[in-house]
Write a new protein. Structure first.
Length: 318
C-alpha cells in the first residue's frame, strides 16, 4: 500500500492538470498514489488523462458535478495511504514538499496535519504575487484559529493523517466557501499542528479566481462560525463577538479593492455588522468610511496595501 494518497479534484482543468501532476511526479518522495476525482468535467479531461490511467500512474474517478468538497471527500474515501495530501488541479508543488512534511510527521506523530508556506503567481503573466507566511499556525492553535482571517493556510499545503480524517469527517459539502477552514477547525480542536517553515507550494491566481465574495460567500463563512460555536459551548460570548467582528471586517476589506456599487453596498453592511459586534472597533469604522472613496483611488490604495503585505521576501526573510 502507498504511504501517501494525493487527492486532486478537477473540474474543466485540462489546460492545467498535467502541470499539477508533473509537480507530483517530480517529488523526491515516491511512495504515493494519485487519485484524480473528475467532478463532471466537459473539456476533455478524461481523454487527456487516459494514458496515465492505462499505465497505472494515476487512479481516475468520475462523478456528476457535485462541487470540490464532494470530490475531495470521494478521494478521501478511496485513499489507501496513511497520509492524505491535497493538490488543486491548477496549483504546483515544489519537489521536496512530501519528503519534508513526512519527516516532520515522523518526528511528531501526534500532529493532526502539517502545512507549509506558499507563493502565489499570476496565471497570465507568470508574475510572482508574494509569499503567504503561515508560521503563526503551529502548536495548539484552537480556539485562536477562529480569530484568524488575514493570512490563512492553503489546502494544497496540507498533509493530513488519514485516521484523523476518518475520525473527524471530511469537508462540509454544503459549503462552497470556507469548507477548508471548517475542516481545519475540527482538526485543531483535537490535535496540535505544525509546518515546514518553507515555501513548498505555488498557487496559481486566475482572473476568474479573484475574490468573488458576495452574499452567498458571507453566508458560508457565517455557517463556519455558527458550527464552531455550536460545537464548543465553552467559547465565551465576548470571544464569539470578536470572531464574528473580525470575519465581517476582513471581508469588507476584501471587497474594498473590487470596485462597483454592489460591492460597496455589501462592504458597508459588513462593516456595520462588525461594528454591531464590537462598537469600538475603529478599523471597522475606517472600512465603512473607505467605501465612499472614489473607485479608482480605492483600487490603487487596495493594491498598494496588498503589495506591501505580500512582497516577496529575500532569502532567509520568511
Amino acid at each position: 500500500m502507498p504511504r501517501v494518497s494525493v487527492v486532486i479534484p478537477a473540474h474543466n482543468r485540462a489546460d492545467y492538470i498535467q502541470q499539477a501532476l508533473d509537480s507530483v511526479f517530480a517529488q523526491t518522495y515516491t511512495d504515493y498514489e494519485i487519485i484524480v476525482v473528475d467532478d463532471g468535467s466537459t473539456d476533455g479531461t478524461a481523454a487527456l488523462l487516459e494514458p496515465l490511467v492505462t499505465r497505472g500512474a494515476i487512479r481516475y474517478e468520475q462523478q456528476a458535478q457535485s462541487g470540490v468538497s464532494a470530490a475531495r471527500n470521494r478521494g478521501i474515501a478511496l485513499a489507501r495511504g496513511e497520509y492524505v495530501a491535497f493538490l488543486d488541479s491548477d496549483d504546483l508543488w515544489l519537489p521536496d514538499k512530501l519528503s519534508k512534511q513526512l519527516a516532520l510527521f515522523e518526528a511528531m506523530p501526534e500532529l493532526g496535519f502539517v502545512h507549509c508556506h506558499f507563493a502565489k503567481f499570476d496565471d497570465q503573466t507568470g508574475a510572482e504575487l508574494g509569499v503567504r507566511n503561515t508560521r503563526r499556525y503551529r502548536g495548539q492553535i484552537y480556539p485562536e484559529l477562529l480569530l484568524q482571517w488575514d493570512t490563512l493556510m492553503a489546502t494544497p499545503c496540507m498533509l493530513m493523517r488519514k485516521d484523523v480524517l476518518d475520525e473527524l469527517g471530511g469537508y462540509d459539502e454544503l459549503m462552497r466557501w470556507g469548507e477548508d477552514l471548517d475542516l481545519w477547525r475540527r482538526i485543531v480542536q483535537c490535535y496540535p499542528v505544525d509546518l515546514v517553515d518553507e515555501v513548498l507550494v505555488r498557487v496559481r491566481v486566475h482572473a476568474a479566481s479573484a475574490s468573488a465574495l458576495k452574499a452567498r460567500a458571507v453566508a458560508d463563512f457565517q455557517r463556519y462560525l455558527d458550527k464552531a460555536f455550536a460545537d464548543d459551548p465553552e467559547l465565551s460570548p465576548s470571544f464569539r463577538r470578536r470572531a464574528s467582528a473580525k470575519m465581517y471586517l476582513q471581508f469588507a476589506r476584501t471587497l474594498l479593492g473590487e470596485g462597483g456599487a454592489e460591492d460597496m453596498r455589501l462592504a458597508r453592511r459588513l462593516s456595520l455588522r462588525a461594528l454591531g459586534q464590537r462598537p469600538l472597533q475603529l478599523d471597522a469604522l475606517a472600512a465603512w468610511l473607505a467605501t465612499g472613496i472614489p473607485g479608482p483611488l480605492r483600487a490603487r490604495l487596495a493594491a498598494l496595501a496588498r503589495n506591501r503585505r505580500y512582497a516577496s521576501p529575500g532569502e532567509g526573510e520568511l
